[in-house]
Design a protein around this ligand. Structure first.
Ligand code: PXP
Length: 239
């Protein structure tokens, strides 16, 4: 299983003071050195952390495949087409939210999403749909022609211990179903060293995309140490 490191919150630190440091590009280079398999960055409409220029530099100047998280809005799709990241992960986005709060409403926005997925597919960019573990939504992703889904693990990761098993069961069913349909299955949101053990029970995972907890750990361990710690925790995954 691969690790994609989301470096948004390096940019959050930079934007907090309007400085030029810390640079997400430097972080990405160190993540690569520590053994990460990919870099994820979310270009939000409000540009609260990652800026347009970061995305272009992350594509050109660091060695790992770039996964660009973005909302399905025309101006950002245009940027994606110009940057040509290895992968685009389509996410829902609300301006006031602290972080991506739920999965995409694929059924409700099917036609609009289909246009974007088709256009990105034609440009040779792998499209991943960030979704809640819901079977009808998975079917809709398949119908859209998206090759990959990313299961939103946030509800499981934030659940009280007595509720976690119910959410885990939904995630397992969703991963099995998507795999049987031939979709690639990634997972992300809210994953940290404490809940990683539960996440490793999910079958068929290709990649975990992890941001906040790794950047937080890097305050104490350095970013290479934090990435290595997560990779060590992931190494017993059997699929
Ligand atoms: N995957 C997606 C689609 C996300 O939107 C995010 C948050 O930006 C993550 C993974 C990483 O979540 P976290 O920062 O909680 O690890």
């Amino acid at each position: 299983m691969k690790l994609g490191v989301n470096i948004d919150h390096i940019a959050t630190l930079r934007q907090a003071r309007g400085t030029v440091y810390p640079d997400p590009l430097d972080a990405a280079i160190l993540c690569a050195r520590a053994g990460a398999h990919g870099i994820t960055a979310h270009l939000r409409e409000d540009r609260r952390h990652i800026q347009d220029d970061d995305i272009f530099r992350l594509k050109e100047l660091q060695p790992l495949p770039l996964n660009l998280e973005m909302a399905n809005v025309e101006s950002i799709v245009e940027i994606a087409l110009s940057v040509q990241p290895a992968e685009v992960c389509l996410v829902p986005e609300k301006r006031q939210e602290l972080t991506t709060e739920g999965g995409l409403n694929v059924i409700g926005h099917f036609e609009h999403l289909k246009e974007t997925v088709t256009c990105l597919n034609e440009a040779g960019i792998e499209v991943s749909m960030f979704i809640d573990p819901d079977i009808e939504t998975i079917v809709a992703c398949k119908d859209l022609g998206a090759p990959t889904i990313e299961l939103h693990t946030g509800t499981y990761c934030d659940a009280e211990p007595n509720e976690a098993a119910v959410f885990m069961e939904k995630l397992i069913k969703a991963a099995d179903y998507a795999h049987d349909l031939g979709l690639k299955v990634n997972a992300g949101h809210g994953i940290n060293m404490e809940n990683l053990g539960g996440i490793l029970c999910l079958p068929h995972l290709d990649t975990l995309n992890i941001g906040h907890s790794i950047i937080c750990r890097s305050v104490f361990l350095g970013i290479e140490g934090a990435v290595k710690e997560m990779l060590d925790g992931m190494q017993d995954y059997t699929g």
